[in-house]
Structure formats: structure tokens, C-alpha cells
Ligand binder design. Structure first.
Ligand SMILES: [Zn+2]
Length: 318
């Protein structure tokens, strides 16, 4: 099957958009972090490594834990997407994400949920998400004890991390919310795209000692859910700027981050290890400029690119 880029003439991202820095300091040395690390034998406390998976997907590794958000590596091409059941690429998922402890899914559309159940089966990780997300996990054969249902607003311990879902809402595409509604019973598996309704939509709050991350994986959000939080890093859906007025500015006003990592800017239909292709209406230079104007440092990461965040005085190794 021909890659989409040959059909639609889509453009690849410019290399000049990507951040040159691969390491950022998030604070001064914290003796508590260091002692926790020494007691647990953990080599990672004090340094967090973030890998961008494309779409809204991230692997966040550090503080003795590997947390995965919205993994979607399969990147089904368009013709298969609309004509066939969607089959997760098990070999690719195992190779790219060999280890995971918790897999957080923001909503149950295929580009957020499809690869999550098999990743949990391969790694033993917990699947954490809404009741609709868990229906997909059930359909794929995940046992109940490996899944945790949440509608947000509750703190979930994940080792040294604390995680909380934040009630959100899905953006519209061409004036309509795609595939709305809940998944009330396990769909066939592998599923058809149309069976994967978004269900309750969650953003995620993740807190490790000294570092707070908010993941916003759709083009809209509920300000009240973010109002009392303060994040160091926001992983932000790039589509939102085309959809919601003052999207970037409002996120910055609410969360006051130091860094914003854009996500969901590519078509998610080209093979993971080939050059990505941009969603045509997304203006990355405009987005990066708007982030800078708001006083925040953008960190644009290529697919499978890594960036680390270290606490000064503690090992930067992840
Ligand atoms: Zn969606």
C-alpha cells in the first residue's frame, strides 16, 4: 500500500522546528529525592525522560516507573482505517515500548486506545482510563485486575508518581465531534474504527517528586478542571489552536508551565519509522511563536525523539 504522502502531497515537518536541546533542568537538588533513590536502589529519581511516540503518545520514564500515555504506534493507513478491522502491530509495540508500568488513555478513539491493551498484555502494565476505555481492554482480553477505571478527580498512586484524570471534552472536526458517545459493551476485537467511541474524555495530571506534567490530548478542555493546578510541562494537542480561541494562551494562564511539548500534529497514518507528515492546517511555526510569546519554552520533539528533565545535583541518567 502506498504511503499517504505519495497520495496527498503532504509535507514533512521542517528540521528547524525541532528543539536543539535534549536536556532541561527543572529545579535545584532535592535531598528527599536523592534519599528515596538511594533507599529504593532506583537509578532514575531526579531525572525524567520523555519520548514522543507521535499522535498524542508519550513514554515518561523516571522515578522508578515507566508511564505510557495514549500509545498509538500502529498508525493504520487511511484505506485500511475505513474498510477493515484495526489490528495493533504487536511486534512494533513490543520493540518500541518493551517496558511499561501504567498505560493512561485519555479517550477511547482508535488513535488513543488501539495499541494500549496489547501493550498491557506484553508488559503487564495496568490500563487506566474511563469505563469506555476499559471496554476496549476487556474486548482485547485484559483481565479485570489489570485495569483501573476512573472518571477523573481521584488520585491514583503509581509508585513514586501520583496520577489524576482531569475531566475534559473532545474537540470538533469540521464542526462535529467525531464518533461521540460511550462504548457500553466490549466491541469486536480487532475493532472497526467506528466502534471506538470517545467515551468520557480525560486529560492527565502526573506528579513525580519535583516535577508536574499535564497531558492534554484533544483540541478542547474544561478550564475549571485545570484551574487549581500548576504544571512544569504541558504536553499539548497542536490541533487545539485551530479549534479553540486562545487555546495556548488559556492553557498557559491556567497551568503556568515552563515548557510545552506539542503533540498530535502529524497525520498518524505514515509508518512510525518513516518521516512523519504534517496535518495540513496545523501551523507549527505559528504555534511555537505563540508559545514563546506567552513566556513559555516550546519543546518540539520528532517522532521517537527523547528529551530529559533533570534536577540539578542529581544524576541526569535515565
Ligand atoms: Zn479523539
Amino acid at each position: 500500500m502506498k504511503p499517504l504522502k505519495r497520495i496527498a502531497g503532504l509535507k514533512s515537518p521542517s528540521p528547524t522546528w525541532f528543539s536543539q536541546n535534549t536536556h532541561y533542568e527543572y529545579g535545584s537538588a532535592n535531598s528527599n529525592n536523592a534519599s528515596v533513590c538511594a533507599e529504593s536502589g532506583c537509578a532514575h529519581a531526579g531525572s525524567i525522560e520523555l519520548t514522543y511516540l507521535g499522535t498524542a503518545g508519550f513514554v515518561i520514564k523516571g522515578a522508578g516507573r515507566t508511564i505510557v500515555l495514549d500509545p498509538y504506534l500502529t498508525r493504520t493507513p487511511l484505506p485500511t482505517l475505513v474498510t477493515s478491522p484495526l489490528r495493533p502491530n504487536a511486534e512494533l509495540i513490543q520493540r518500541i515500548i518493551p517496558v511499561a508500568d501504567d498505560v493512561l488513555v485519555g479517550h477511547a478513539h482508535y488513535d488513543h486506545i488501539l495499541d494500549a491493551p496489547i501493550l498491557c498484555q506484553q508488559t503487564g502494565a495496568r490500563l487506566i482510563g474511563s469505563p469506555s476505555t476499559l471496554m476496549a481492554g476487556r474486548a482485547a482480553g485484559l483481565p479485570e485486575h489489570q485495569m483501573l477505571s476512573t472518571l477523573g478527580n481521584e488520585t491514583i498512586p503509581c509508585g513514586q508518581w501520583q496520577v489524576r484524570g482531569l475531566a475534559s471534552r473532545h474537540g470538533k472536526i469540521l464542526g462535529r465531534i467525531p464518533l461521540p458517545g460511550n462504548i457500553d459493551r466490549p466491541p469486536q476485537w480487532p475493532p472497526r474504527m467506528r466502534e471506538l467511541r470517545h467515551g468520557p474524555v480525560l486529560n492527565w495530571w502526573l506528579e513525580a517528586p519535583g516535577l508536574r506534567i499535564v497531558h492534554i490530548d484533544s483540541a478542547d478542555f474544561i478550564p475549571e478542571s485545570l484551574a487549581t493546578l500548576h504544571a512544569d510541562i504541558v504536553c499539548l494537542c497542536a490541533v487545539g489552536r485551530s479549534y479553540r480561541p486562545r487555546y495556548v494562551q488559556e492553557v498557559v494562564e491556567l497551568l503556568k508551565p515552563r515548557w510545552i511539548v506539542p503533540c498530535h500534529w502529524d497525520t498518524m497514518m505514515t509508518p512510525l519509522e518513516e518521516p512523519a507528515q504534517m496535518i495540513p492546517w496545523i501551523d507549527i511555526p505559528g504555534l511555537l511563536s505563540e508559545i514563546r510569546t506567552a513566556g513559555v519554552t516550546p519543546i518540539m520533539v520528532p517522532l521517537l525523539g527523547k528529551v530529559s528533565f533533570g534536577s540539578a545535583g542529581i544524576s541526569g541518567k535515565v
